[in-house]
Design a protein around this ligand. Sequence first.
Ligand code: SF4
Length: 271
Amino acid sequence: MTTTAAQSVPAVSSHTPEQTPTAESTPQRQNLLGMSREQMEAFFLAIGEKKFRASQMMKWIHHEGCDDFAAMTNLSKPLREKLAKVAEIRGPGVVYEGASNDGTRKWVLEVEDGSYVETVLIPADNGKRRTLCVSSQVGCSLDCSFCSTGKQGFQRNLTAAEIIGQVWVAQRSVGPRRDSGNRPVTNVVMMGMGEPLLNYDNVVPAMKLMLDDNGYGLSKRRVTLSTSGVVPMIDKLGDDIDVSLAISCMRPTMNYALNWCRLTASIISAA
Ligand code: SF4
């Protein structure tokens, strides 16, 4: 959900970070950034290492913002060298970073195929709360009349790595938690470009990383998915992950809005 614009270029490559190849079969290095705890454990088992390496790696990536295996000093040198051959930690590229007088920070990020998405960090409560607004798709298929993202049409879903990569970039930019003692990002709202419930299979794993103690360790009250009202997926979301839900009553037309709000009210009263 957003009212921001974005640019894109035609797709030139594809990337599937959720697969877990072995060291022998890996045609290209595997991006570890978007891996859930389970995927990371499977990755380490597949390359002949112990499962507990997954926790170490997740802390380096998500707590420290590290993308260099050579700097991971609690891993043995042979393991670091092996990882450099079969894996990588690759976040979105920062095309633009800007800050306004009120402390709001904005990043324009280049993702895998050269498309651009936006991420915004909004301070509140005298800087105690820093809420990151994260995108879930390049473009959007819903075309709400007030929204410039909808005008560009839908291009593709972001991968889990591209979604969590927005949190990773913001945290690296603001500074790791150990530097200030504070969390660089205290809250996340899935309210940037795209309708998150139409990219369910990538959004849910990324939000699990936001909640995971080895990821960003945010409480469920501090991670919010905002939807325009993809009703069938709302029930599924409740079964799969415990996060906050925000439902936008801004709809493409006023009649649509009124009908949708009546439908929502009837669902809630029947529950
Ligand atoms: S659902 Fe899509 S078109 Fe509607 S406000 Fe959100 S991003 Fe824009």
